[in-house]
Design a protein around this ligand. Structure first.
Ligand SMILES: *[C@@H]1O[C@H](CO)[C@@H](O)[C@H](O)[C@H]1NC(C)=O
Ligand SMILES: *[C@@H]1O[C@H](CO)[C@@H](O)[C@H](O)[C@H]1NC(C)=O
Ligand SMILES: *[C@@H]1O[C@H](CO)[C@@H](O)[C@H](O)[C@H]1NC(C)=O
Length: 267
């Protein structure tokens, strides 16, 4: 008796079923050979990249805006192994603008703050991506004239400005120094109107020079745009001018007008 069910196609059907099962198994099962090769390749690429940490360490002597005494003792053990507790467990208290940090659009503007422009609203796409590190003229603040001379092309969205603050090691001096270099109001206006820069990094505690009227105007020019993010208090000691990839991740502090942030550069 011949089996008429065994058509030439039944073998192909069986083969297709087996292949489908194998591919399902590899999609949900242990890593396939192909995935592993991809991971190893990515790993080799990653290991070749230099990582530069551009955040400052939080230490008691880190300067704080307008303060003589720095951060002070901002962290305390609540339970301690030495005192017989099961674990060490600490509480820390810092302002939202401590050390390396970002400003939210609502930082100087009550309307924006009430509309929800806190640090949670900041775009991760702006905080992460290609970045240009530039040196500024050491004898000047970042004025419109300096911005013009830097000639940063349209299309550049992230720039870190390395100033005399880095040479003067101001972030390593406990006492706040109001003579730091930063943006003047016409420099900030120029940036907002004539460039595509959305991430503005600086190497001391404020993006604006210290006189009060300038402090306000600079922040208004940048923050009222709602999409320009100042990153302040960066550690640019090891970031020589050039092109990098930046990663900045502030905390998701609801109602935060600012937040400490870890920032790193990939070369
Ligand atoms: C726990 O806290 C004590 C101080 O009580 C400190 O000496 C010790 O280094 C801490 N241990 C750990 C694991 O952090
Ligand atoms: C605050 O932001 C609102 C909305 O963008 C704007 O209309 C207003 O002029 C800003 N106020 C100040 C004082 O900057
Ligand atoms: C930048 O401005 C500050 C505050 O007005 C001033 O003290 C400082 O000398 C200026 N820096 C430079 C390099 O001109």
């Amino acid at each position: 008796m011949t089996n008429h069910n065994t058509s030439p196609y039944s073998h192909l059907l069986l083969l297709a079923a087996v292949l489908a099962l194998v591919s399902v198994a590899s999609a949900f099962g242990p890593t396939s050979r192909l995935d592993l090769q991809k991971i190893m390749r990515e790993e080799r690429n990653y290991m070749q990249k230099k990582v530069i940490d551009i955040s400052h360490k939080y230490v008691p002597d880190l300067p704080a805006y307008d303060s003589k005494s720095g951060l002070g003792n901002f962290i305390k053990l609540k339970t301690s192994i030495k005192l017989g507790d099961l674990y060490n467990f600490s509480v820390f208290k810092l302002t939202t603008h401590s050390g390396t940090h970002v400003d939210a659009p609502g930082h100087f503007n009550e309307t924006l703050f009430e509309l929800g422009y806190d640090v949670v609203s900041l775009h991760l796409q702006t905080l992460n991506g290609p970045v240009l590190v530039v040196d500024t003229p050491r004898n000047k603040n970042i004025t419109a004239e300096v911005m013009r001379s830097l000639n940063i092309p349209r299309g550049v969205k992230r720039v870190l400005f390395r100033t005399s603050n880095t040479d003067r090691r101001l972030m390593y001096k406990k006492e706040f120094d109001s003579s730091y270099s930063a943006f003047t109001s016409d420099g900030a206006e120029y940036l907002a109107q004539n460039t595509d820069i959305k991430l503005v990094g600086v190497d001391y505690l404020s993006v604006a020079i210290s006189p009060k009227d300038e402090l306000l105007k600079v922040h208004q020019h940048l923050l009222n745009s709602k999409d320009i993010i100042p990153v302040e208090g960066l550690n640019l000691n090891d970031a020589v001018p050039g092109v990098y990839t930046i990663h900045c991740l502030p905390l998701r502090l609801v109602h935060g007008d600012g937040s400490p942030t870890r920032c790193i550069l990939f070369q």
